[in-house]
Design a protein around this ligand. Structure first.
Ligand code: ADP
Length: 269
């Protein structure tokens, strides 16, 4: 409420009316809510792997252990450290994206090598979960930031593993036509209830079903994926049947070799 006292300098001390100003603060309210949600998610998600690292390190330092036990605990510490690193990277990425400070270095990149790198990075994860991974690869070039595109498929593949039972089947397929390159990550895991599909790509959104409550996560992975895909002019979609598995499909514009030369390390266009 702003009280208006002056119409002219002359009647400056006279109260001549009251001006009501309504400002919609829904957005500010949402942002404040998101920030506090963010802080509590960050604290919770960081504390869990840290507690495990601390616990297993203490065991290694204080107990006489058989070599197999030692190896097992060391492996757990390694896995939790990897998890912690990717969590911190997710938090930093989303912060950078929101503040518009994320830099993308776009070059011509070979999609097969991206997929192969991602599979290599996830090797420990796939072997721990006894995943059977099938790949169908086709030569294709797109214009993109190599690290960011790798992050897209790392997030999609690690979700496929995470939301599948042990020993699940997962496939990655590169295909398309002369204009479009499509890359699908398909699993036969928990699937996604139809009504949840529109919410999946929102920041911090997690499906709160009993079948997945114990699976850790921040709800940032798919938001990051969508942002990166869209910055590259691409599209992401999902088709899924609850309990039967999901397919996340990405589409990018194909760069044709006849019109563009691609260096081994990806020439800057
Ligand atoms: P997080 O995995 O950290 O919860 P994401 O943004 O990666 O966050 O995913 C959001 C939600 O979408 C998850 O909580 C999960 O329930 C669901 N989801 C993502 N990928 C899959 C998948 N491949 N199969 C089943 N559910 C999935």
């Amino acid at each position: 409420v702003i009280r208006v006292y002056c119409k002219t300098i002359k009647d400056c001390n006279e109260h001549i009316g009251t001006l009501l100003v309504h400002r919609d603060i829904t957005k500010e309210y949402e942002i404040a809510n998101m920030k506090s949600e963010f802080v509590s998610t960050v604290s919770h998600e960081l504390r869990t792997p840290l507690a495990s690292i601390l616990g297993f390190t203490e065991l290694l330092l204080t107990k006489e252990l058989k070599p197999e036990r030692k190896a097992k605990y060391t492996q757990t510490i390694y896995n939790e450290t990897i998890r912690l690193t990717s969590l911190i990277n997710d938090f930093l990425d989303i912060q950078r994206m929101e503040s518009g400070k994320q830099n993308y270095e776009k070059k011509y990149i070979d999609v097969i090598s991206i997929v192969q790198n991602v599979i290599e990075l996830q090797e420990i994860n796939t072997s721990l979960h006894k995943t059977t991974l099938t790949v169908e690869l086709e030569n294709a070039t797109i214009l993109g930031d190599k690290n960011k595109i790798e992050q897209v498929f790392t997030n999609l593949l690690s979700n496929a593993i995470k939301y599948s039972p042990e020993g699940g089947n997962i496939s990655i397929r590169i295909y398309g036509n002369e204009d479009i390159v499509s890359i699908d990550v398909k699993d036969e895991g928990l699937g996604i209830p139809e009504e949840e599909i529109p919410n999946l790509f929102q920041k911090f959104y997690r499906i709160d079903n009993s079948d997945r409550r114990k699976i850790g996560g921040t709800g940032l992975g798919l938001a990051i994926v969508k942002e990166i895909v869209e910055v590259h002019g691409g599209k992401i979609s999902v088709s899924s049947k609850n309990g039967k598995g999901s397919t996340f499909s990405t589409n990018f514009s194909r760069i044709t070799m006849s019109t563009n030369k691609v260096n081994e390390d990806g020439a800057t266009p």
